[in-house]
Write a protein that binds this ligand. Structure first.
Ligand code: OAD
Length: 267
């Protein structure tokens, strides 16, 4: 008898789940956008961005058909071990990437997030996995940067950090004034996220009424885990992405499409 009740319970949970999914997908895009637009008046809003938000600025994403990790191996470019064994090679790649980013301009997706922050400065937190600095160039401030910043260098000998916007760099690998080799101040595979940034991100996710994940494959942890933290703390989760992601099941609303088209419509 109890097995029967268990089965019925499971059936009802699973069928409710699919009804939610279907109605989500079945909703017209306009009505979904209107519903999300209303929800963004929430007092505590977190925008969590990934490489996809910069795709319309012609900065390639990491995964997907034209993703950087299709043509380059992260093991040979984005790990501390790779840097130790060949800093010049690693720097050549990052110097090339800095050149691409330098040419890029913030797109309407970045600008829409800047506008959301302007409207609700105390209740809006922008958390990004991006290292490109395009959010700041669009006018966003206090950005929580989980994966660092490609425009900052850190000395591998003395730990000193500095801003360096030279494109291309005149000496590879760049050297600190102490003589040590500098590395990009970004988080490579196998490295810890900066503690203070991570704590700010988790706090914001816990307090969020609405958590909107934009342009991320939600595959790279611990950052991707923020979606679940927000959901479990009661936030309404919205996903903006042209493609499915593993975080879709956590979302109330999935807006399929490019961030540069969808985000301005949410204002
Ligand atoms: P990914 O490259 O893994 O995923 C990019 C996501 O953006 C995909 O889900 C695409 O479907 C989506 N996308 C593409 N074009 C889009 C558009 N116009 N609008 C909205 N979405 C679009 O990038 P991340 O999730 O950011 O680490 O990757 C996480 C981390 O992996 C990165 O921070 C990076 C990488 O290794 C570091 O740089 C340290």
């Amino acid at each position: 008898m109890s097995a029967l009740i268990d089965n019925l319970l499971w059936y009802s949970i699973v069928s409710n789940f699919w009804q939610n999914c279907l109605s989500r997908i079945g909703e017209g895009v306009d009505s979904a956008i209107e519903a999300v637009r209303r929800s963004l008046r929430a007092s505590q809003l977190v925008a969590f961005t990934g490489a996809g938000i910069s795709a319309e600025s012609q900065v390639p994403t990491f995964r997907g058909a034209d993703g950087l990790w299709r043509n380059y191996s992260p093991e040979s470019l984005a790990t501390a071990e790779a840097f130790t064994s060949d800093p010049h090679l690693v720097w050549e790649w990052y110097d090339w990437l800095r050149g691409l980013i330098h040419e890029a301009q913030p797109n309407p997706g970045h600008l829409a997030l800047t506008e959301l922050q302007r409207r609700n400065p105390k209740g809006f937190t922008l958390v990004t996995q991006n290292i490109d600095g395009l959010h700041e160039r669009a006018g966003s401030h206090d950005v929580v940067k989980l994966h660092g910043d490609i425009w900052r260098l850190r000395c591998t000998a003395c730990g000193r950090e500095e801003l360096n916007e030279q494109v291309p760099m005149d000496h590879l690998p760049p050297l600190c004034r102490c003589g040590g080799i500098q590395r990009p101040a970004i988080v490579w595979f196998g490295e810890m996220l900066p503690e203070e940034e991570w704590e700010r991100a988790v706090d914001a996710a816990r307090q969020a009424n609405v958590f909107i994940a934009v342009g991320t494959s939600a595959l790279v942890y611990p950052a991707a885990g923020l979606v679940k933290v927000a959901r479990q703390s009661g936030a309404l989760v919205v996903i903006v992405n042209p493609d499915p992601t593993p975080a879709d099941d956590l979302a109330k609303w999935i807006l399929r499409g490019p961030a540069g088209e969808i985000l301005p419509r949410l204002l």
